[in-house]
Design a binder for this molecule. Structure first.
Ligand code: GDP
Length: 202
């Protein structure tokens, strides 16, 4: 847990499709203009082992994602490919490993008040078809589970963003060495966080 609320951090990955769609600048702009502070950034091509570890940092991820996917099939009146959540997630994970290692990604850490929730809000829901208008996924991509399932691949949704503060801290440690994270003061923090806004008037 962060010491002060403005110290909250979250991990964001621009996935290979985000890079190939020339959306790096657009995506950075969306987070930057909120007032979040970028404290780490790098481009890399991850390997499959790194991706598997990323998705399974939460030991319950396989079960939760499998159950969620089965429920989403049933809600749409469709028969899930299996009733076993672990079988479903095994396929999802294989597809994610192919997707996430298909080209370079950009990994970053953003810091600020409510960083985790604010980034998730701006990023939009996981499935682009139903992501809200105005979110990055809602505005810049058109994929759906229906189409990605037919093609037996991951849904292309441009970005990964941590789901909770606890998940964020684990993911940051998974992707970055401590010395890659930069502690610095951003001049706009005064206007975002100073209680009395001292120092504006001359
Ligand atoms: P995130 O938190 O937005 O990254 O999404 P989740 O952790 O809930 O899901 C991770 C991945 O699982 C997604 O990127 C999808 O590839 C896959 N996934 C999640 N829910 C479903 C679903 O209902 N159907 C299918 N086909 N895939 C899903």
């Amino acid at each position: 847990m962060a010491n002060h609320l403005k110290e909250e951090r979250t991990l964001v990955i621009i996935k290979p499709d985000g890079i190939q769609r020339s959306l790096i600048g657009e995506i950075l702009r969306r987070y930057e203009r909120l007032g979040l502070k970028l404290v780490a950034i790098k481009m890399m091509v991850p390997n499959k082992d790194h991706i598997e570890k990323h998705y399974t940092l939460d030991p319950n991820w396989r079960t939760i994602t499998g159950e969620k996917t089965i429920a989403s099939y049933k809600k749409k009146g469709m028969k899930p490919p299996s009733e076993d959540p672990l079988e479903i997630t095994a396929v999802i994970l294989e597809n994610l490993k192919t997707y996430m290692t298909s080209g370079p990604v950009i990994v970053m850490v953003w810091k600020g008040v409510h960083a985790v929730k604010i980034v998730r809000k701006i990023t939009g829901g996981t499935e682009p078809l139903t992501s809200d208008v105005g979110t990055i996924r809602g505005d810049f991509v058109l994929d759906s589970y229906q189409i990605s399932d037919i093609d037996k691949r991951s849904v292309r949704n441009l970005i990964h963003a941590s789901g909770t503060e606890d998940e964020a801290e684990k993911e940051i440690k998974h992707w970055f060495e401590e010395n890659e994270l930069i502690n610095y003061r951003h001049i706009q923090e005064a206007i975002l966080y100073d209680v009395n806004l001292d120092g504006i008037l001359e």
